[in-house]
Design a protein around this ligand. Structure first.
Ligand code: NIG
Ligand code: FE
Length: 411
């Protein structure tokens, strides 16, 4: 028996938007007094609430009696929310003049979070991840990518990946897990960077496969982490094992996006220092650039060239990068709204970047739009004008969330 949800003052299906490039706001389809017909986990139809009600007299009505604007559930395609401890000291130190890379070189940064994450039990990490997933679901985010990368040994990466898996099995939001064992060369590893990466391939990958802990691998290509040539060999080996690839690239030093394109990575994330050559290369490729305004806000560094990426024809997504170091805030709507103002992005470009284009960056083709056969992941904001969502820069929070057709909350 189908359920008809509505009427929504405005319903934005976002299903007609181009996959690549710039989008004008007049391309947005807005259904006034709209409804969504849901059967099980999926959408059967969207359209006028009155019309859908007339066409489906058997449907149960999930009646909306307040002003709500509905759109697809949001997708956060890049987070590091499974971690212990805090890096408040890094934020203060950076603002006192010490750079992110200097802090890393002195033994702080990612390595300090590794100590706190190693000290936490798997159960504690699961609980911390669940709390953060709650905060994301409250924002209307129904799919969340979560990376490891604060364990940095075979056993500690496994603990983190198992905590992420447990959180994903408990929480109503869908969790997409990514192994970022190549976040940096751990300071206690007795060997070279190449030997560390080889250890990951020979000792960690088989367990990840056996337990189904991740289908994606990430690497941080940077002065403080791995070189482009180290990354190339590592990523090619992982591709041969059947994994999907993503890269932390072009954050402080260019080079990562070129590697990502060369290995056919699904996405390359950060891109704060990408320039014309990098943008053109991405535009000619199928690798999706993911910009992370939360890292710009956390570090006080330049914005990724979002406007230029879109104008060049990229499928650009926007994610929070929520992590204790560079992006501690964890509020995707705040960040996307601020990015829009600085980079002059249309509302349509922002909404596509946190729904369907973000889903694409994760290789997910079953969500991110409200259309027949897509998952019934829906977020509704308490307003009668969709433009209020970004205008209020995060102050307007989601009122209702449906995940696979069910009302939001922990599953
Ligand atoms: O996406 N750049 C590398 N990794 C994270 C930061 C991790 C950390 O500082 O703990 C990022 O910004
Ligand atoms: Fe990141």
């Amino acid at each position: 028996m189908p359920t008809l949800i509505g009427p929504f003052r405005q319903l934005l299906p976002l299903d007609n938007l181009p996959e690549r490039g710039a989008i004008r706001d007049d391309q947005l389809v807005i259904i006034q007094e709209g409804g969504v017909l849901v059967e099980g986990e999926k959408i059967v139809a969207t359209g006028s609430f009155t019309q859908l009600k007339a066409d489906h007299p058997d449907a149960t009505i999930d009646e909306i009696t307040e002003d709500l604007v509905a759109m697809p559930g949001l997708v956060d395609a890049h987070t590091h929310i499974c971690y212990g401890g805090s890096r408040a000291m890094d934020f203060a130190a950076r603002n006192a003049g010490i750079s992110y890379l200097e802090i890393a070189k002195a033994g702080g940064g990612i390595w300090s979070t590794v100590q706190h994450t190693r000290a936490a039990s798997k159960e504690q990490l699961t609980a911390l991840t669940l709390e953060r997933l709650d905060y994301l679901l409250q924002q209307g985010i129904t799919t969340v990518e979560v990376k490891s990368g604060y364990g940095l040994s075979v056993s500690e990466e496994l603990k983190q990946l198992r905590a992420i898996q447990a959180a994903g099995q408990t929480h109503q939001a869908d969790v997409v897990s990514t192994c970022l064992a190549a976040h940096m060369l751990p300071r206690d590893f007795d060997g070279t960077a190449d030997e560390y990466l080889q250890t990951i391939l020979s000792d960690l990958v088989p367990v990840i496969k056996a337990e189904g802990l991740a289908e994606r691998f990430d690497i941080f290509i940077e002065q403080s982490a791995f070189t482009t040539s180290q990354a190339l060999g590592y990523l090619r080996a992982l591709k041969a094992e059947g994994f999907t690839l993503t890269v932390h690239g072009d954050q402080f030093t260019a080079g990562g996006s070129e590697v990502a394109v060369a290995v056919g990575a699904l996405s390359v994330d950060h891109l704060e220092v990408s320039d014309t050559a990098e943008i053109e290369r991405l535009a000619q490729s199928s690798t999706i650039p993911v910009v992370l305004p939360g890292a710009t806000i956390g570090l006080g560094c330049p914005w990724a060239p979002a406007r230029r990426l879109l104008d060049a024809g990229c499928t650009m997504a926007i994610a929070s990068d929520w992590n204790p170091g560079s992006a501690p805030q964890g509020n995707l709507l705040v960040q996307a709204a601020i990015l829009a103002a600085f980079e002059k992005l249309s509302t349509a470009e922002i909404l596509a970047g946190i729904t369907q284009r973000a889903a694409r960056a994760l290789g997910l083709n079953d969500r991110g739009v409200l259309a027949p056969n897509f998952l019934a992941d829906i977020v509704a904001f308490p307003t009668n004008d969709y433009r209020e969502v970004l205008y209020q820069q995060g102050r307007l929070t989601a009122k209702r969330v449906w995940k696979k057709g069910s009302r939001g909350g922990r599953g």
